[in-house]
Design a protein around this ligand. Structure first.
Ligand code: ZN
Length: 173
């Protein structure tokens, strides 16, 4: 179920929402002036390199894609820049600091959570890990691995969006 399908009534005036309006964007209420935008939420992920050209991967502890490989990152909070949110997520998940973030590519993603599938725009960056030896699995992370990008098999990767970003990364190396 997509977020728009949860809105059976206008959240401002209560007018029922026509069921056929799933693809209308923004959703415009027929009973009041409300226009509600169902745009993707924003997430950011980082390919963090050590001095040997390896990138830091996390093994996800939670669904979706528990047990699969991903990169540190997560959803951007209200009021944060993508860079601020990404530095926060890197600290929370693997406990390290990172150098200057360089934008790599953005890829659309679908994130199923609690029976709702959320559209997400993933922003991928590259950066150098400042203290790579301190990296350790923390929040929602089963384990960490340092791998050369060419040694990461597509089937091990958690999301299609990350597979696409990995292909873009390999194209820059
Ligand atoms: Zn309304």
């Amino acid at each position: 179920m997509r977020p728009v399908e949860l809105f059976r009534h206008c959240p401002r005036c209560g007018t029922p929402r026509p069921a056929e309006n799933h693809n209308q964007s923004p959703y415009r209420c027929g009973g009041c002036s409300l226009a509600y935008f169902f745009n993707p939420t924003v997430a950011a992920g980082a390919f963090l390199f050590d001095a040997g050209g390896r990138v830091l991967l996390i093994r996800r502890a939670k669904e979706p894609s528990a047990g699969k490989l991903a990169v540190p990152g997560g959803f951007i909070d209200f009021g944060e820049s993508a860079e601020e949110g990404l530095r926060r997520e890197v600290r929370e998940e693997v406990g390290i600091e990172i150098g200057r973030l360089q934008f790599l590519v953005s890829t659309p993603n679908l994130y199923p959570y609690a029976e709702v599938t959320y559209p997400v725009l993933d922003l991928y960056f590259t950066a150098t890990a400042i203290n790579p030896d301190d990296a350790r699995p923390l929040d929602a992370v089963l384990g960490i691995e340092w791998r050369l990008p060419r040694d990461i098999a597509d089937g091990e990767v958690a999301f299609d969006s990350l597979r696409a970003a990995l292909a873009a990364l390999r194209g820059t190396l």
